[in-house]
Design a protein around this ligand. Structure first.
Ligand code: SF4
Ligand code: SF4
Length: 184
């Protein structure tokens, strides 16, 4: 997966192919957290069908790769066990007392389920804190296609991090939304 949004020397994925495991690929009916059948470890590249990979793979990239200035001190995803999606999503918060709903934009962080504490990486927390302050965004921590929870940064929660694990029977926060739903 390669997409470059900057003018200087681009980063290289190298031997990392974590996104090919953690992200779902609709065209391949590949679910999140499952290795892609086209992944390989080779000096010829990590995708066996690179020239004809599906549009979702062509369009997708991670913050570490596409926006190094934004990524700050984050290390390459295969070393940190998480991938920060360049595509935002949103969750819907419901006020239990009034029933009123509020849309909250979120940064999507895909975590390797074998490393569920990866979201505690200080470099990731620093990035998410910046997004909270600057853009008013929270984060959604995705463990697979069905399991996710919301991380509220200090700027949106009286100076404290908050992990909102939510109601396991309510999947409204977990699902991914289409670009049309996100951007209207
Ligand atoms: S997770 Fe990022 S650095 Fe790793 S292969 Fe995917 S785009 Fe490249
Ligand atoms: S098709 Fe290629 S780029 Fe897409 S997920 Fe599979 S290995 Fe990665």
């Amino acid at each position: 997966m390669k997409i470059v949004f900057r003018d200087d020397e681009p980063r290289k994925c190298g031997s990392c192919s974590l996104c090919c495991k953690l992200l779902p690929v609709r065209e391949l009916t590949k679910v999140a957290g499952q290795r892609c059948k086209f992944q390989r470890h080779s000096d010829k590249g990590c995708c066996k069908i690179y020239e004809r990979r599906p549009p979702s793979c062509v369009m997708w990239s991670c913050v570490w790769y596409a926006s190094p200035e934004e990524a700050g001190d984050m290390r390459r995803p295969d070393r940190t066990h998480y991938v920060v999606d360049i595509m935002p999503d949103f969750v819907t918060a419901v006020d239990q007392a009034s029933g009123l709903t509020q849309r909250i934009d979120v940064v999507q962080v895909w975590i390797d389920p074998f490393h569920p504490e990866a979201h505690r990486d200080p470099a990731l927390r620093a990035y998410l804190a910046r997004r909270g302050e600057r853009d008013g965004m929270a984060a959604i921590i995705r463990l697979n296609s069905d399991d996710a929870w919301v991380l509220i940064p200090p700027a949106l929660n009286n100076g404290q991090w908050q992990e909102r694990r939510g109601n396991p029977n309510d999947k409204s926060e977990d699902r991914t939304h289409t670009a049309k739903e996100i951007f209207g």
